[in-house]
Ligand binder design. Structure first.
Ligand code: ADP
Ligand code: MG
Ligand code: MG
Length: 360
């Protein structure tokens, strides 16, 4: 997917920049899009070739981003600012790919890893503020750019099909892991059912709450903007909350081979919940609060069954560095989910403690 310098200069020049382009260089450590820093004799910009394998419908994706950033700008909230194409439109459909341009958000830093509880608490606050700013936004206007993204029952159906096919003959070597996901089948519909019957409201879901998608003010240390809005979709606040806990409240990496090092951290859970609920305010409903501990476990099991399903399908989806990589990943998720189950009461108590100050 290399694009030569002349193409890059031409593509950059297609956008309504305030300045003459001086350089276009690869930038950042994102894994989905191809990102470039554009320097001009005026402001700096971020140019991205969008990954159309992950999200094929660029028009729908860009419309989602326009709707969400437009709403946030109207609220006075700092967010991504699209730079239009000179000929009109918010993105460039070019033979070299689908491109868009953002104003560069200056003077920020971001984290890749949860270094301590305070970093994680601030991440929670950033996503809580994101939800509060979008509380009045009608998420039903957003397109579902990846169908059934956090539809856990549908993910489970895919998993069961992979077990049945046993395409590469690996099922016999992971019977206990398969049994774990089968044993929890009655729980997978909890959030989707609650949304269907209206107990849990439809909201904007970010769907990629990695720490490096939060830009933090370099001087004050406060979250400035949530970026990487490609996977913004209609969904539940519980999906983002649960997935953040899944990757952030673990004592080890997602692919740690030594399971004795993999634990669910209640202090990290409490820190994120405190940050999130402190910033999201009273807008989070009682039903959502009640489902937050379960949502963490649900997102962990959903991710685990995707890893195990991919292992059983010969590693077709997730990139692997060695043959057992997806199995190792599935096992860390199972371990985390088991510990969350054991600590369910303590998690519920933590949510209760954080919200104790709310009006009864
Ligand atoms: P990916 O989906 O590949 O992760 P991102 O949209 O997150 O792509 O962009 C990759 C990186 O580029 C980010 O982690 C961030 O460092 C940087 N970045 C993206 N947009 C901006 C922006 N508007 N201002 C400053 N940096 C940005
Ligand atoms: Mg990113
Ligand atoms: Mg992304």
């Amino acid at each position: 997917h290399a694009t030569d310098a002349r193409d890059l200069a031409r593509v950059a020049g297609s956008f309504a920049l305030r300045g003459d382009v001086q350089s276009v260089e690869p930038y950042g450590d994102g894994h989905i899009n191809t990102t470039y820093l554009v320097c001009t004799d005026g402001p700096r910009y971020i140019l991205q070739r969008m990954n159309t394998d992950v999200i094929p419908d660029t028009a729908a994706l860009m419309r989602n981003i326009e709707l969400v950033t437009g709403f946030l700008h109207a609220q006075g909230q700092e967010t991504l600012t699209l730079v239009p194409v000179r000929d009109g439109g918010s993105w460039l459909d070019d033979p070299t790919g689908a491109w868009r341009m953002y104003e560069f958000i200056e003077d920020t830093v971001s984290y890749n890893l949860v270094e301590d509880a305070d970093v994680f608490r601030r991440a929670g606050a950033a996503f809580g503020a994101f939800q509060r700013s979008l509380a009045a936004f009608d998420a039903s206007g957003l397109a579902e750019t990846i169908a059934h993204f956090h539809d856990t029952p549908s993910r489970f159906a895919d998993f069961q099909a992979a077990v049945t096919r046993d395409e590469v003959g690996r099922a016999a070597s992971c019977r206990r892991d398969i049994a774990f996901f089968m044993a929890h089948a009655d729980e997978y519909g909890t959030v989707t059912d609650a949304m269907r019957d209206g107990r849990v409201p439809l909201r904007v879901t970010h769907n990629d709450t990695k720490l490096n998608n939060i830009l933090i003010d370099a001087r004050t240390g406060r979250p400035r903007a949530i970026i990487d809005l490609d996977t913004v979709m209609p969904g539940s606040l519980l999906y983002d909350f649960g997935d953040s806990i899944r990757f952030g409240a673990s004592t080890a990496l997602e692919d740690e081979q030594d399971l004795s090092r993999v634990h669910f951290s209640l202090p990290l859970f409490r820190a994120y919940a405190a940050g999130f609920l402190g910033a999201a305010g009273d807008d989070v409903t009682d039903d959502e609060l009640e489902l937050m501990p379960l949502a963490a476990r649900l997102m962990t099991m959903e991710c685990g069954m995707r890893f195990l399903g991919d292992y059983l399908s010969g590693d077709a989806y997730f990139a692997t560095a060695y043959p057992e990589h997806n199995l190792v990943r599935a096992r860390t998720q199972i371990r985390l989910a088991q510990e969350m189950e054991e600590q369910a009461d303590a998690m519920a108590q933590a949510i209760h403690d954080v919200t104790a100050g709310r009006a009864a």
